[in-house]
Write a new protein. Structure first.
Length: 245
C-alpha cells in the first residue's frame, strides 16, 4: 500500500513536466516537446505529423470479486494497479479515431471477508464466507498478470480532447496468492498452491475522460478457477487512469 501511495504521488508530481503551458500551436508541438506529453524522440516532430497519445497508461483500481454473479463486499484495502505500454495507431485525419495495442502488467488485490481453501483431493477450490478459521487478523487475495490489451480509441480534435477507449485484453495469470496475517505472528503467511487456477485471462475494459485523465472500468470474463466444483468467481475493477504521454 505504501508503494501504491508513492506511485500515485510520483505520477501526479511529474504532470507539471508532462506538457507545456499555453495553447495548442505548431510552435509548442514542434519546438517544446517536453519530457513526456509531446516527447517525439531526439528530433522535433515534422510539420503535419499526427500526435500520438495514451502510450503509457497507469490505472489505479479498486477491485471486487464477483461470486456466482453477486458482488462480494471487500475491505478498503482492495486496491491494485495496471501499467500499460501501448502503440497508438491513427486511423483518421487528426487522429480522432485510432487503434491501440501493447503490453500490460496487472496487479489485482482484494480483501474478501472469507477465505479460499483447496479440497482434500487437491482438485478444486472453494470460498468460505463464514469460516471457523478465526485466528487471523486480516487476509488478502490477489493476482499478478501479463496481458495484451487492444483498444479502439475515439477523441475529439485538438489538444484538450475528450476521449473514449473501448477495449479488451487477453493474457496469462502469473500467480494467484492468498495472504494471512495470524493473530500470534507479525509476518504474513502466503499461499500459492491453489490446484485449479485458470491461467488464461481475458476481459473487457472502458476508459472515459479528458486529455490525460480518465475513469476506468475492467471486467474479467475468465473465471478465477477452472474446476466445475470450484466457486464461479470473476473480478471487477474500476478507478482512475493517468496517461503519462
Amino acid at each position: 500500500m505504501k508503494f501504491l501511495k508513492l506511485l500515485v504521488c510520483l505520477l501526479f508530481a511529474i504532470q507539471g513536466f508532462a506538457q507545456p503551458e499555453g495553447k495548442d500551436s505548431n510552435f509548442v508541438s514542434r519546438h517544446r516537446p517536453g519530457i513526456f506529453w509531446y516527447n517525439t524522440g531526439w528530433r522535433p516532430a515534422k510539420v503535419g505529423k499526427l500526435r500520438k497519445y495514451d502510450r503509457l497508461i497507469v490505472d489505479v483500481t479498486y477491485n471486487q470479486l464477483l461470486l456466482s454473479g453477486g458482488l462480494k463486499q471487500n475491505a478498503a484495502r482492495s486496491f491494485g494497479c495496471n501499467i500499460n505500454t501501448m502503440w497508438d495507431i491513427p486511423i483518421t485525419n487528426g487522429n480522432t479515431v485510432s487503434f491501440g495495442i501493447g503490453l500490460a502488467y496487472k496487479f489485482q488485490k482484494t480483501g474478501p471477508k472469507g477465505l479460499f481453501f483447496k479440497d482434500n483431493t487437491d482438485s478444486f477450490t472453494r470460498y468460505y464466507a463464514d469460516s471457523s478459521y478465526n485466528d487471523y487478523r486480516k487476509n488478502t487475495f490477489g493476482n499478478h498478470m501479463l496481458a495484451i490489451p487492444i483498444e479502439f480509441r475515439f477523441r475529439t480534435p485538438k489538444w484538450q480532447h475528450f476521449k473514449v477507449h473501448i477495449g479488451a485484453s487477453v493474457g496469462y495469470r502469473l500467480q494467484t496468492f492468498q495472504k494471512l496475517w495470524m493473530n500470534d505472528k507479525h509476518h504474513a503467511f502466503k499461499q500459492r498452491d491453489f490446484p485449479d487456477v485458470n491461467n488464461l485471462v481475458y476481459g473487457v475494459h472502458l476508459r472515459v475522460g479528458i486529455r490525460n485523465l480518465a475513469l476506468f472500468a475492467d471486467y474479467t470474463l475468465a473465471r478465477q478457477f477452472k474446476s466445475d466444483k470450484s466457486d464461479k468467481i470473476n473480478s471487477l475493477a474500476f478507478g482512475l487512469s493517468l496517461s503519462i504521454f
